[in-house]
Write a protein that binds this ligand. Structure first.
Ligand code: F6R
Length: 250
């Protein structure tokens, strides 16, 4: 595992964008898993700046949605696909045909998850998965209890995830109770994984993820079993690392 300590959020965002830009520049058709949330916003802004200089930076690339709420209209502005379009894809001029999305309104969640797993297979190998981490250690919507080999599937959101999504949905009651996520097993097939972690609020869970016991109760600990993982975390997020004989940071 490569661990990069960024000075602050802006530095983290620039470094993350640079990792993706290098990949985009080195492969004709890279396949990239994209997350939503607050953490990657700065990276998306940096990528858009790079696209102003290199207008074909995203041509040929394929993108895969990491997760999505279930049982909502596909044009619901709160869908994560809509969030990704507004925050990045539209301004980057990335065509919808280059993006593999969950169908949030699919009537049968299990069938939709299998369709997505097959679609990922046909999109090609995943070259890089960009991930954030939830306060409960979730990766995508792989909530605590998710097995390291879990497939892409429909899941129940935990009360903590429902609470942390309440602001986005307007109230806790409005938050969908189920969501789709690429499974940890699906994500483990990526050639490379990039985990972004920012802020003091994430210090405790990053500590558990990096230095605690590997357990499905903290799904992010599964990253320690993968081969090619880069963590970019800012100084606030790494505050609790390396205190108990865990990995020293450099
Ligand atoms: C988003 C996702 C989530 C977030 C996590 C952290 O697509 O899969 O796992 O990465 O909840 O969210 P932020 O970045 O908002 O703290």
């Amino acid at each position: 595992m490569q661990f990069i300590v960024a000075h602050d959020y802006e530095d983290l965002s620039r470094r993350a964008a640079r990792v993706l830009a290098d990949l985009l520049g080195s492969l004709p058709k890279p396949v990239i898993v994209l997350p939503t949330g607050n953490t990657p916003l700065g990276m998306y802004r940096e990528l858009l700046k790079l696209a102003l200089v290199d207008r074909v930076i995203f041509s040929g690339a394929g993108f895969i949605q990491l997760d999505e709420y279930a049982s909502i209209d596909e044009d619901d502005w709160r869908s994560l696909a809509g969030w990704l379009r507004r925050s990045f894809l539209d301004d980057a001029n990335i065509s919808p045909s280059s993006v593999t999305n969950f169908r949030s309104s699919a009537p049968d969640g299990a069938m939709e998850a299998s369709r997505m797993e097959r679609a990922i297979g046909t999109a090609g190998e995943i070259d890089i998965s960009v991930l954030g981490i939830g306060l409960n250690g979730h990766i995508g919507f792989n909530e605590p209890g998710s097995a390291a080999d879990s497939p892409t599937r429909i899941v129940q959101l935990t009360p903590q995830s429902i609470r942390s999504n309440a602001e986005y949905w307007g109230s806790e009651a409005a938050v969908p109770r189920q969501a789709y996520t690429l499974g940890l097993g699906t994500l483990s097939r990526a050639r490379r994984t990039l985990l972004l972690v920012s802020g003091a609020a994430k210090a405790q869970i990053l500590h558990a993820a990096m230095e605690g016991s590997v357990t499905p109760q903290v799904p992010a600990t599964f990253l320690r079993q993968l081969q090619n993982v880069t963590v970019i975390a800012d100084r606030e997020a790494v505050a609790l690392l390396g205190r108990e004989g865990g990995p020293r940071l450099c």
